[in-house]
Design a binder for this molecule. Structure first.
Ligand SMILES: Cc1cc2nc3c(=O)[nH]c(=O)nc-3n(C[C@H](O)[C@H](O)[C@H](O)COP(=O)(O)OP(=O)(O)OC[C@H]3O[C@@H](n4cnc5c(N)ncnc54)[C@H](O)[C@@H]3O)c2cc1C
Length: 351
């Protein structure tokens, strides 16, 4: 294990990497540009594979106590329900919903319990590798570290310093979210998907009791919802562009990338944060075991498979044509044939 390991970024990826190293007895240095953790809810879904990682790190119990275990995915054509998929296939696996800021808070607490500390308000400004390791500039001061993990998000400074391209595309048009308090929403434990004419969609996901995320493929989420929703409080609304991109290599020499610094894709399938958590766990295990050389190929393949799955879902559900109709027919059949429903749910719950 090298002397000093630097993790750049305290999002879910950087914090998972920090916890995974700390539980192996190595306390990394973690720097975060912000003055505190992000207060934004962003990613919601936690897959069973992520929970296994967080279990080992000591954050899972608190997450489970606070999260909503989603019961079903309910597909609608416009306002009309057309298919229901159980999301608790009976083998103990669950798809948990929790706002990302809460997942991050539990990860930070787990890191601090192991003696770790995040240096908030400190940004990596530059990085250069030479024969002796990595020269870094943090907050205007030069330093040296043995290893760096760039977990610094989609606009990664580490990726830029390595000169790695971020190949892919940016989708046309804005998507949007609204986080609302709604005391009487009728599907409090369900993932509700409303497929709209023209290949649009609107989705409602529970965030906590009486609190929901509405996400839509247009610039304003709430007006796109084809059913009435009582909005007691609008906590946050915003629009964003979707990028589908991946680096060709997950690092060079003593510097690796993980999470959104290495890959971004649409929220269809809810994989983004989960993929970053898996990158982080794999990086920490390989670093501990001295086999980092296989990290880039393994995680690039995992990222490519996830992006393909997410893009398949996006292109199938967000087109108004035969593919969407065929998918809905299969889902409607799964309503009638429980074994098929369990099989599809199993695929959704797999990492
Ligand atoms: C509106 C929205 C909705 C989303 N919904 C979903 C969803 O439903 N499901 C899903 O799976 N994903 C979703 N995502 C994506 C998800 O939020 C990301 O995949 C996840 O945050 C990636 O985590 P990360 O730790 O890799 O990167 P980030 O969360 O971006 O964290 C990177 C951290 O690095 C810090 N940083 C950056 N540069 C530096 C520097 N030079 N020095 C020090 N620190 C630095 C940043 O401040 C930041 O805290 C959504 C994203 C957005 C914006």
């Amino acid at each position: 294990m090298p002397d000093e390991v630097l993790i750049v970024g305290a999002g879910p990826t950087g914090l998972t990497a920090a916890v995974e190293l700390a539980r192996r007895g190595v306390l990394p240095r973690v720097i975060e540009r912000r003055d505190a953790l992000s207060p934004l809810s962003r990613a919601v879904g936690l897959l069973p594979a992520s929970m296994e990682i967080l279990e080992a790190g000591g954050a899972a119990a608190a997450i489970r106590a606070e999260a909503v275990a989603l019961r079903r995915a309910v597909f609608h054509r416009g306002a009309r329900p057309v298919a229901t998929l159980p999301l608790r296939p009976g083998d103990g696996r669950r798809l948990l919903a929790l706002p990302q800021d809460r997942t991050e808070a539990h990860l930070l607490a787990a890191f601090e319990r192991r003696g770790g500390r995040v240096e908030f308000g400190r940004a990596l400004e530059a990085l250069e590798q030479d024969a002796d390791g990595v020269r870094v500039v943090i907050g205007g001061r030069q330093g040296r570290v043995a290893r760096v993990l760039g977990a610094d998000g989609a606009h990664s400074t580490v990726r830029a310093a390595l000169g790695l391209p971020f190949d892919g595309l940016t989708l046309d048009g804005d998507w949007s979210i609204a986080d609302v308090d709604s005391p009487d929403w009728p599907l409090p434990e369900d993932f509700a998907i409303y497929l709209l004419p023209g290949g649009d969609a609107c989705i409602v996901v529970p965030l906590a009791a009486g609190r929901y995320r509405v996400i839509a493929t247009g610039p304003e989420a709430l007006p796109m919802l084809p059913v009435p929703m009582t909005v007691a409080r609008l906590r946050r609304a915003g629009a964003f562009r979707i990028m589908v991109r991946q680096v060709p290599e997950y690092g060079r020499g003593a510097v690796q990338l993980a999470g959104d610094a290495a890959h971004v894709h649409s929220p269809v399938g809810g994989r983004g944060m989960n993929l970053g958590i898996a990158d982080a766990a794999d990086w920490a295990a390989r670093l501990d075991e001295g086999r980092l050389e296989g990290y880039s190929a393994a995680r690039h393949a995992a990222g490519r498979a996830t992006i393909r799955l997410s893009e398949f879902g996006r292109r199938t559900l967000l087109t108004d044509g035969p593919r969407r109709r065929a998918a809905l027919a299969v889902l409607a059949l799964a309503d009638l044939v429980p074994a098929l429903g369990r099989r599809i749910a199993g695929r959704i719950l797999a990492s």
